[in-house]
Design a binder for this molecule. Structure first.
Ligand SMILES: [Zn+2]
Ligand SMILES: [Zn+2]
Length: 769
């Protein structure tokens, strides 16, 4: 396979063609090649090397304010205003949990918002063109750098400037760099002599799309990356018919540059820093911290593997002692890290994320516990929930949803805090046995995974390697692909959404007990709904599955011949019960979210004829009171006889209209989705909901029980209509029998059995057992 640097070399043969834009000529930017890295760059001022710190450039903006001073909030507001004025639609941010994708958990770049899969091929779907969006992204690969380097965050805002589908729509290089230049010089008021544009290559990891990259630098800080999807690689460069502009800005960086503060955190967290300092009683020694900041910039901590050595070096250079280092530097670093982690948690929880010990919630728990450990280590008199509220207040002009979901954010953080305390008590012995021991990274990872014990609790420090291993195991890995049976790809015409239960079809293929028909009304198991049953001629259908576009009917005693026309009969009663239970699932999901909180999300479901089960994300089991409330609300929806509407629409339209809650059952790998609307609950779903017209047809919903099935997941079992009625009748029969046996009325059974139990206990004692 070709490498990125090889492709870059091909483009570098014609720099004028790939990177030069009209503006460079007009404004007097001259091209030079960096003697260190070999990349081309464009600047007005004479310079030796490119502006990348790796090629020798130093941060020249700290304490040197050359741009207009604006707050973090103001920078976005001005940016939005500028791009809207220049023909862009301003789009609200997408969730930080990338629910529309099944290959990543978190949103890592603004372009992710618009990338979708269509039968395995990446396509772009966008609600407007061109557009600008303040996308919040989460990245957990540099946790240890957060708070230390002055520029690393786990949560950051990447304002995305995107234009799609050039040359049919959108715009291309000239317009992109023109807007870039004008925003920086007219709005941020950076003198044009201080701007440098660097030539690089933008590429998807698999080289399905790639093209020139123009990075904008000023005084050593990278302010934006303009990527141009120009080519695809197939034994050489092939031009893409549709070209896409992907500009990622760094809001944290723009605010830092604009304020020329010692760290980006000082410019980004606003008054939250002052509130923290006051509450925690920290006095900042500006002089020492400034000295330190300069040093840390030069030391380039990003590349420093050995933190201990780096720390020793800093202590020597600053001529302070260990105690002063902790007081004047480490405390401030810890504060920055706590503020960053809390902000990331606030966004994630507001978007329905929940810390847990696996999957998407994994790293939320890691940063939450890291923040709690830091608070404890330095004895700060602060509370994580309170800090989240400060962030919500400060960010309100851009992200009002944090304020709206404030209670939920605090509830989840407090629940996690409680769990952490409990696990600490539970693990006391293990912690004591391992405290201060020199453990290998593997051993530390194992302790964290098995007991949730972090290295800090053992008096050790987490290393980059420790977090890298966790990252690889839990977040970076692509979700497991489902196994599939090997079968010829014969497309079946699927007719199961039509209310037809008897039909004729032609047998196309018979393989052992599996039969493929040219068309079918049998609903295959999908979207959590169990499959239909019935007969093909006199062969009983016991299972129906769908692989790709092929529907397979598994039959008993198969005597069917390829090519013959068969009579098929779908068990209608079974289908109707499944349809009722499935619609009840959507309603219970909705009711649970309304009663419990925003973080309730479908983690799985199974719809069968005797009962249905829904797994929801929640941090503890449900109380009797909560179960009753959920059941009541669900039945209210049934009684209100709301219409059940099913519509097929494009994915982009559905997202625009209903948001990302539609992906309760996971991402949909096709351009068109079936949208099921039951009252306020809207989900993309392939179930047979259209068998029912309105909620009354579901019948009353009865919750049979709930249990916590794993950390962060609660299972609710329920049934509805006749199934519920039969269930209650069975129970009543049992009650009647018990009452008869006890010789009391039915309403006296509880008292009578209590009495019986007491007597039995006494009797046992008497017998000395
Ligand atoms: Zn260079
Ligand atoms: Zn459904």
């Amino acid at each position: 396979m070709v490498s990125k640097s090889e492709i870059l070399k091909i483009l570098q043969k014609e720099p004028e063609k790939y990177w030069k834009v009209d503006l460079f000529e007009r404004e007097g930017f001259k091209r030079k090649v960096c003697p260190v890295c070999g990349k081309g760059f464009w600047s007005i001022e004479e310079r030796e090397h490119c502006p990348d710190p790796e090629c020798g450039e130093e941060y020249g903006f700290i304490g040197n304010q050359i741009a207009k001073k604006m707050s973090y909030i103001e920078v976005w507001k001005k940016m939005e205003e500028f791009f809207v004025k220049n023909g862009h639609a301003s789009i609200p941010r997408y969730p930080v949990l990338a629910r529309w994708r099944d290959d990543i958990y978190y949103n890592i770049a603004s372009i992710v918002d618009f990338q979708r899969f269509d039968n395995g091929v990446m396509v772009f779907e966008y609600p407007a063109n061109p557009l600008i969006i303040p996308q919040v992204c989460l990245r957990f690969n540099d946790i240890l750098n957060v708070g230390v380097t002055g520029r690393h965050f786990t949560a950051f805002v990447m304002p995305g400037q995107h234009a799609f589908n050039y040359p049919k729509e959108g715009y291309w290089k000239n317009e992109t760099i023109e807007l870039n230049f004008r925003f920086l010089t007219e709005v941020l008021k950076i003198p044009k002599e201080k701007l440098v544009y660097v030539e690089d290559l933008w590429a998807m990891p698999d080289f399905s799309a790639l093209g020139p990259y123009i990075e904008t630098f000023s005084l050593g800080l990278e302010l934006s990356n303009s990527g141009f999807m120009y080519f695809t690689w197939k034994d050489g460069l092939k031009e893409l018919p549709m070209k896409v502009v992907d500009v990622g800005w760094g809001l944290e960086r723009l605010a830092w540059f604009s304020n020329a503060t010692l760290t980006a955190y000082d410019a980004v967290f606003g008054d939250v820093i002052d509130k923290f300092l006051k509450k925690a009683g920290i006095n900042v020694d500006n002089e020492v911290f400034e000295e330190y900041s300069k040093l840390s910039g030069k030391l380039n901590i990003e590349d420093v593997v050995d933190f201990k050595a780096a720390r020793k070096e800093i202590i020597e250079k600053l001529k302070i002692d260990e105690k002063e280092f902790v007081e004047k530097i480490e405390k401030i670093q810890a504060m920055y890290a706590i503020l960053d982690h809390t902000r990331a948690l606030a966004f994630a929880i507001s978007d329905g994320g929940l810390p847990s010990n696996s999957g998407a919630g994994y790293f939320l728990r890691v940063i939450l516990r890291r923040a709690l450990n830091l608070i404890e280590k330095f004895g700060f008199n602060v509370d994580l929930g309170e800090i989240a509220v400060w962030h919500a207040d400060y960010l309100r002009p851009i992200f009002p949803e944090l304020k709206q979901n404030e209670n939920e954010i605090v509830t989840v953080i407090n629940a996690e805090k409680k769990k952490f305390e409990e696990s600490k008590n539970r693990n006391k012995r293990i912690i004591e046995a391992n405290y201060g021991k020199s453990l290998s990274t593997e051993e530390l990872v194992k302790l964290y995974e098995t007991y949730g014990i972090s290295p800090e609790e053992l008096g050790l420090e987490s290393t980059k390697e420790f977090y890298d291993i966790l990252n690889k195991k839990h977040v970076a890995s692509i979700r497991e692909k489902k196994e599939s049976i090997e079968i010829e790809p014969i497309e079946t015409t699927t007719l199961y959404y039509e209310p037809v239960f008897e039909f004729e079809a032609k047998v196309l293929k018979v393989k052992e007990n599996y039969v493929i028909l040219d068309k079918t009304h049998f609903f295959p198991r999908q979207g959590g709904q169990e499959c239909d049953r019935g007969f093909i001629n006199d062969c009983e259908v016991e299972e129906v599955i769908k692989i790709g576009k092929t529907v397979l009917h598994k039959v008993k005693n198969c005597n069917l011949k390829e090519g013959e026309i068969v009579k098929c009969k779908v068990d209608k009663e079974r289908r109707m019960i499944l349809s009722r239970h499935h619609s009840a699932t959507h309603i219970v999901n909705y009711a649970a979210r309304k009663i419990i909180g925003n973080w309730v999300w479908q983690a799985g479901s199974n719809v069968d004829v005797d009962k249905a089960r829904l797994d929801i994300t929640h941090f503890e089991n449900l109380s009797e009171d909560e179960i009753e409330k959920i059941e009541n609300l669900a039945n209210e929806i049934v009684e209100n006889d709301l219409p059940i509407e099913v519509n097929v629409m494009s994915r982009v339209e559905a997202e625009k209209k209903y948001g990302f809650r539609i992906y309760q059952g996971g991402a949909i790998p096709e351009r068109n989705v079936r949208i099921v609307k039951i009252g306020e609950e809207v989900e993309a779903c392939s179930g047979t909901h259209n068998m029912l017209k309105s909620t009354k047809e579901i019948g009353n919903i009865l919750i049979l029980g709930t249990k916590r099935i794993q950390d962060g997941v609660v299972r609710i079992e329920f049934c509805s209509g006749d199934v519920a009625l039969n269930y209650l009748r069975e129970k009543e029969k049992i009650l009647k029998e018990v009452a008869e046996k006890l010789g009391v009325r039915e309403d006296e059974v509880i008292e009578a059995s209590k009495k019986l139990f007491e007597e039995w206990k006494k009797e046992r004692k008497r017998l000395g057992k």
